[in-house]
Design a protein around this ligand. Structure first.
Ligand code: PLP
Length: 400
């Protein structure tokens, strides 16, 4: 019977999706499942943004848009980069895609040949290694350790770099750890990057607004302007404006890379939904108060969850400085048996048993390249978070 391309063998389904699917099945069986598995803001898209989309549709913005984005949205993105990041991208250095995800696909498809290495700090967002492998790339991990606050250090990056490095991926604030890189951290990393002029640098700054305790986000291209001709700054409206379903992401970068990515996107999907682009422009030009409100909510929930987790014997938890995840360590729980009779050898065993026995869905850290940890998304209501932490405490107290 008809078969599939070799490359599909490199396209595993992410663990995040697998946990969500199992959670949905348990829910369909009538269980009250608490899902902390997905990184999806629980806020509504701002009303003014929805109204801008409505108006755009009524105004006839319903035709094929330019492949690289509407002039209005690109101008709003340029203003955003200048205002919030101190970056001066010209319109020819900006493109819009179907989410940050398609930006990354475009960039990798445009540049990766079989065997090219893609350096990815771990723990990482699973889509980076999956996309790299899809195009024949070889992910190379640079480990970010808990004792370094899960930040990337210059020695760890240096050890992962080689003459075959095609890309270095930076994602701070980090999914899954919430680590934020300070100015000095980024300067040290830039020093390493300068030694490898053949490598592109992807700086995924999609969580930039979600930083807590007075921490500040710095755009890599602003910290190291001499590297800007190699840096692709990736961002989007999904996380900052609670707009995951609108599918609008964007990038600023060197014109020749943007041009090649645009050519690829034109062949794959053409331009992005014109109405969603009008909405994204309204979001970027809109008031910053919504962002501040979301940030304060996530900061408060994070503290609540981390404190609850720290009170559980056998569980440790660093205090994330950004994003909306907690990343507790569960080494102290392994080698024991759950009440349901499951021997917990790995963090994956833990996450599966927790879902089956306590109906709490989260994702094991080793799926993100660093175990034994769990990733809990705090982008859900306080009630759910409190109850989930109580169930985790129950689960752990039942271990033998
Ligand atoms: N980058 C990171 C680190 C993410 O966690 C996500 C979403 O989970 C994205 C990019 C992509 O988001 P979107 O495609 O919705 O813009």
């Amino acid at each position: 019977e008809p078969g599939f391309a070799d490359r599909t063998g490199r396209l595993e389904s992410p663990a995040t999706i697998a946990m969500a699917v199992r959670a949905r099945a348990l829910r369909a069986e009538g269980h009250q499942v608490l899902s902390l598995a997905l990184g999806e803001p629980d806020f509504a898209t701002p009303r003014a943004v929805i109204e801008a989309a409505h108006q755009a549709a009524l105004d006839g913005q319903t035709k094929y848009p330019p492949v690289d984005g509407t002039p209005a949205l690109k101008a709003a993105i340029a203003r955003k980069f200048a205002r919030e990041n101190g970056l001066d991208y010209r319109l020819s250095e900006i493109m819009v895609s179907n989410g940050g995800k398609q930006v990354i696909f475009n960039a990798f498809m445009a540049t990766i040949d079989a065997g090219d290495e893609v350096v990815i700090p771990a723990p990482y967002w699973v889509s980076y290694p999956l996309a790299a492998r899809l195009f024949g790339g070889v992910p190379v991990v640079a480990e970010c350790r808990e004792e370094d606050g899960f930040r990337l250090t210059a020695p760890a990056l240096g050890a992962a770099m080689s003459s075959r490095t095609r890309w270095v991926v930076l994602n701070f604030p980090s999914n899954p750890t919430g680590a934020v890189m300070g100015l000095a951290d980024l300067e040290a990393v830039a020093e390493v990057l300068r030694r490898y002029p053949q490598a592109w640098i992807l700086s995924d700054e999609i969580y930039e607004h979600l930083v807590f305790d007075g921490a500040r986000h710095h755009a890599l291209a602003a910290v190291a302007p001499d590297l800007a001709s190699r840096i692709l700054t990736v961002n989007g409206v999904s996380k900052s404006y609670a707009m995951t379903g609108w599918r609008v992401g964007y990038a600023g970068g060197p014109e020749r890379l943007i041009r090649m990515m645009t050519r690829i996107q034109g062949n794959a999907t053409s331009g992005i939904c014109s109405i969603a682009q009008a909405a994204a422009a309204a979001a970027l030009d809109g008031p910053a108060s919504l962002i501040a409100e979301m940030r304060d909510t996530y900061a408060r929930r994070r503290t609540m969850v981390v404190e609850a987790l720290r009170a559980i014997p056998g569980v440790t938890c660093a205090m994330p400085q950004g994003a909306f995840y907690a990343y507790p360590g569960i080494a102290g729980c392994l080698g024991r048996t759950s009440q349901g009779g499951q021997m917990l050898r790995t963090d994956e065993d833990f996450a599966r048993a927790l879902l089956e026995e306590q109906h709490v869905a989260c994702v094991h850290g080793s799926a993100f390249g660093l175990g034994p940890y769990l990733r809990l998304s705090c982008a859900t209501s306080d009630d759910v978070l409190v109850e989930a932490c109580a169930r985790i405490a129950d689960f752990v107290s039942g271990l033998r």
